[in-house]
Design a protein around this ligand. Structure first.
Ligand SMILES: Cc1cc2nc3c(=O)[nH]c(=O)nc-3n(C[C@H](O)[C@H](O)[C@H](O)COP(=O)(O)OP(=O)(O)OC[C@H]3O[C@@H](n4cnc5c(N)ncnc54)[C@H](O)[C@@H]3O)c2cc1C
Length: 395
């Protein structure tokens, strides 16, 4: 990976676009804009590779975008595991569904591949650099950078905030205030090197309990990615995410995983998951990916939403770089609500029914006796992105 430059050197350029956050949304967006010949600066506060709480499953929607952009070959070459089955359990009842499309790869491996793809397309990548938003003027937006005590202010025509869930960068920005859904779950995850053989490669295991759920999947190198969403009170009672996960796994009827609740497992957590943002664009600043809003990961679509958003936002950004006008913020709001907003509403509905044990038990039973309908719902969630001719021209 290309190394970061002294911050003062970045001041010499007026950047067309500064992308904050080199997760899946930010890196792919930076790559797409760099391919258009724009001067793009991609910044992340972490040093790469870095771990990230995620179920690590790219669904059909995510893969269709990555494929269209020519990125799947590298992901498969890095050991991405093709998925063929979803296996859910709740109180010992089992639900198995065939999957048509899906790939499991840890974010520790996936995200550097995408950041490197952005660099290969001509973007400059700065790691270990934290960004704060400055004021937007007539022609540009000021952005403050900090790295290891060094400070600098740069200017950009457009800023894309793809900094994940509830990022600090938006904390004091009233128009981007994050509104948390009451009773929102919190996320936790880790990667483990060894898991019982009953957990097979190519299968997504979903343990559903009364106070949360845990997704388990084999990723590259036969490691296992564990990602969970818990009721915050339940997690407090269990004392650690490892104990909470072990509890839900056994409550659902799956084999316990030795060491999951030991100090050997490096668990990471998230803030409250289900939230929306008051506005997703204003004054030369656009929000993308989880920063624009997120719904707990029951349907495992977050990366698909983020990637589809890249395709939808790109033509708007190309116009914004040429000439900013307020209507572009509304254009992004409309495009986002029409695609991601609708899908998030369905996911919210499913997650809400899961939070009511009686309703979820009935839903689980229904899914088993009506596999046709369940399969249809899963196919809809996994449906590939439909590229319109206009979007293809722009990608
Ligand atoms: C428990 C759980 C399970 C999930 N499972 C799945 C799944 O199986 N499939 C799926 O598709 N999705 C899943 N998701 C959702 C998925 O992880 C997210 O939707 C996706 O990572 C969003 O990508 P992003 O690029 O918006 O943000 P992120 O991937 O979070 O990236 C944001 C980046 O911004 C950086 N950053 C933050 N602030 C700053 C700053 N001020 N300056 C510079 N850099 C900054 C961070 O370091 C980070 O690298 C899951 C989520 C959770 C919580």
């Amino acid at each position: 990976m290309q190394t970061s430059q002294p911050l003062l050197r970045l001041k010499l350029t007026t950047w067309d676009v500064v992308v904050v956050g080199a997760g899946i949304a930010g890196s792919v967006m930076a790559r797409e804009l760099a391919r258009e010949g724009l001067k793009v600066l991609l910044i992340d506060k972490k040093r790469f590779p870095r771990a990230k709480v995620c179920g690590a499953c790219l669904n059909g929607l995510a893969l269709s975008v990555l494929d269209h952009l020519g990125l799947t070959t590298q992901i498969k070459a890095a050991g991405g595991v093709p998925l063929h089955t979803f296996s859910g359990k709740q109180s010992g009842r089992e639900l198995n569904l065939k999957m048509l499309d899906g790939l499991a790869i840890s974010r520790t491996t996936l995200d550097p591949i995408l950041a490197q793809a952005a660099v290969d397309a001509g973007a400059l990548f700065q790691e270990e650099t934290t960004v704060s938003l400055g004021v937007s003027g007539q022609d540009d937006c000021k952005v403050a950078l900090e790295r290891h005590g060094e400070h600098c202010e740069i200017s950009a025509r457009i800023v894309v905030v793809a900094a994940g869930l509830a990022p600090q960068i938006l904390a004091n920005q009233m128009e981007f205030e994050s509104i948390i859904q009451p009773n929102s779950k919190i996320g936790a995850g880790c990667i483990i090197n060894e898991a019982p053989e009953s957990y097979r490669s190519g299968v997504i295991y979903m343990a559903v309990g009364k106070a949360g759920y845990v997704g388990l999947v084999r990723v590259e190198g036969n490691q296992m990615d564990v990602a969970a969403a818990f009721d915050p009170q339940f997690m407090k009672m269990q004392e650690s995410p490892g104990k909470a996960a072990q509890f839900v796994i056994q409550e659902a009827g799956f084999e316990p995983i030795p060491g999951l609740d030991s100090s050997r497992c490096k668990w990471l957590g998230t803030p409250a998951l289900t939230r929306r943002t008051r506005s997703i664009a204003s004054d030369r600043v656009f929000l993308l990916g989880d920063s624009a809003g997120y719904v707990e990961p029951f349907t495992g679509e977050g990366m698909g939403w983020a990637l589809a958003s890249v395709v939808l936002l790109k033509p708007i950004l190309l116009k914004a770089v040429k000439q900013w006008r307020n209507g572009l913020a509304e254009e992004w709001q409309t495009a986002y609500q029409g695609f991601v907003g609708n899908r998030q509403r369905l996911c919210k509905l499913l997650a809400r029914s899961l939070a009511r044990p009686k309703v979820s038990m009935v839903a689980f039973r229904f899914a088993r006796i009506a596999p046709g309908l369940t399969g249809k719902m899963v196919r809809n969630i996994n449906a590939p992105f439909k590229f319109s001719s206009e979007r293809i021209e722009n990608s």
